[in-house]
Write a protein of this length. Sequence first.
Length: 277
Amino acid sequence: MLGGELKERLEKIYDVTGTTLVTLDICDREAVLAKAREVKPYFIINCAAYTNVDGCEVNTDLAMAVNGTAVANIAEAARENDATFIHISTDYVFPGNLPVDQIYTEDMEPAPVSAYGRTKLVGEENAAKAGKYYILRTAWLYGLGGKNFVKTMLRLSQDRDELTVVDDQHGSPTSTTTLCKIIEAIMEKEPEYGVYHSTNEGFTTWCKFTRKIFELAGISTNVKAITSKEYKEMYPQSSDRPSNSKLSKEKLKAAGIVPVQWEVALEEYLKEELKEN
Ligand SMILES: NC(=O)c1ccc[n+]([C@@H]2O[C@H](COP(=O)([O-])OP(=O)(O)OC[C@H]3O[C@@H](n4cnc5c(N)ncnc54)[C@H](OP(=O)(O)O)[C@@H]3O)[C@@H](O)[C@H]2O)c1
C-alpha cells in the first residue's frame, strides 16, 4: 500500500529502483546485498513488512524473519554502500496503555504487547545498525493501493443501516499520501538521524473516524459507539488493540515537517477513492 504510492511519487523526482516480494525477498541477505551493490543507492527505503497483526501471532517465525531479521540485511546493505536507511515502523512498539490524555514521544521506552509489535521493535533495533537511519513510526495507515479500514467501512455501509465501532481507542488516521510527503521531506531536509513519529496531525477514535468517513462520503449509515470490552464480547477471537496510539509529532515539526490534520488528508483521499468506484 505505502511502497506502491511512494515509488510512483518518487519516480517524478529521483532515479528509483522499486522491488517487491517477487523481485527481492528481503529475507535473502545475499540478494539484498547484491541488489544494493548493483544499484548503489543514496537512500534505501523499506516499506516491506508482514503487516497482518493477527497473522503475526500465529506465524511468529515468518513475522520475525520479515519484520525483524530481514531489516538487518537492509541495514547491512545501507552501511556497505554508505546509504541512508529509511525504515517504516509502528505505534505497536508501545503497549498502548498510556492514559489517553497523554501522548507517546520518541524517547519513551517501547514495550510491545503483540507479536507484530515485538517483531517490528527488533526491526527498529536492526535498522539503527545502518548508522545513517530514519525510523518513521506510523499508525492507522490507509491508502488507495491496499486493504484498509476506510475501504472496509465504505464497503460495510453498502448493506447495513448501522455499524458498531469502538470509541475508546485513540490515535491518528494517517494517509499514505501524508506519509509519502513526510518521507520526501526527510529525504530533502536530511534532519538528525533517529526515530520520528510520522502520522497525520490530530487525534480521534475509530468510531469518530468512521463518522467522519461517512459524513465526507455522504453516507447515512448510523455509527453506534461501543467500548473495546463490548467489542470483545461480540468478537471473542479478536486480538486486543491499543487504547492509546497517540504519537507526538513535536520532533517531526521541530525538523520543519508539519503533517496536515487527519480530516484534511481523509477528504483528499476520499475524493480519489470515490472517483475510482
Ligand atoms: N497498515 C497500517 O495500518 C500500518 C500501521 C503502522 C505501521 N505500518 C507499517 O507501514 C509499512 C507499510 O505498510 P503497508 O500497510 O503499506 O503494508 P502492506 O500493504 O502489507 O505492504 C507490505 C508489503 O511487503 C511485502 N513483503 C512481505 N514480505 C516480504 C519479503 N520477505 N520481501 C519483500 N517484500 C515483502 C508484501 O508483499 P505481499 O503482499 O506479496 O505479501 C507487501 O507488498 C510497514 O512497515 C508497516 O509495518 C502499517
